[in-house]
Design a protein around this ligand. Sequence first.
Ligand code: HEM
Length: 197
Amino acid sequence: MASAPETKAAEAENIGEASGFVNDIFKIYSPVNLLLTAFIFFLAYKIYSKFTKSSADASVVELPKLRKDMTVAELRQYDGTQPDGRVLVAVNGWIFDVTRGRRFYGPGGPYAAFGGKDASRGLATFSVTSSDKEYDDLSDLNSMEMESVKEWEAQFREKYDLVGRLLKPGEEPTNYSDEEPEDTDHSSGTPTDKKQD
Ligand code: HEM
């Protein structure tokens, strides 16, 4: 049987442990942490509800394939607000038809800022914004950001149809009119590669 002082010491230890645990709980559930968690849930909910809301009108009719090089100004009209609802996005100098992903890039979508725009810089810097620059040569992006742009380009190639190249000022468009549909070469280097020659 433990003597009285020993029992007291054990009790004190237990109380010490318990208050340590209570302190930990208080730290975890500190107002700052609770606020941050609530904010993250709020953001996730906002993005999710935007997806579900716009997916209701996502019954997009297949549009005829578009094969065309465009300037930044021409690209701008394909933000999904035209009657046919076509949405194009440029990544790393290539233009993709993302009409299938209208719920993301069309009006009201979470990534509407990329619709009809060159999304490269935004994707590289993890920011859903696009600039109204005439042509963004991305030359100030660091190597990690450029890697990220290339990965996004690969993802877009997998998922969406290629429309053409994003033209630099003064650059001539390619004539695709005599091209077989199967000829659409999706792998012949990037305009960024071409820039280097
Ligand atoms: C709180 C932050 C974010 C959350 C919770 C989030 C969530 C999501 C979700 C759920 C998808 C859908 C995947 C699918 O159904 O296929 C998605 C796709 C995507 N997100 Fe985000 N996202 C966030 C931030 C961002 C940012 C900052 C960017 C851009 C810089 C971005 C760009 C994209 C793109 C381009 C897609 C692909 C859409 C497609 O398949 O065409 N996201 N995101």
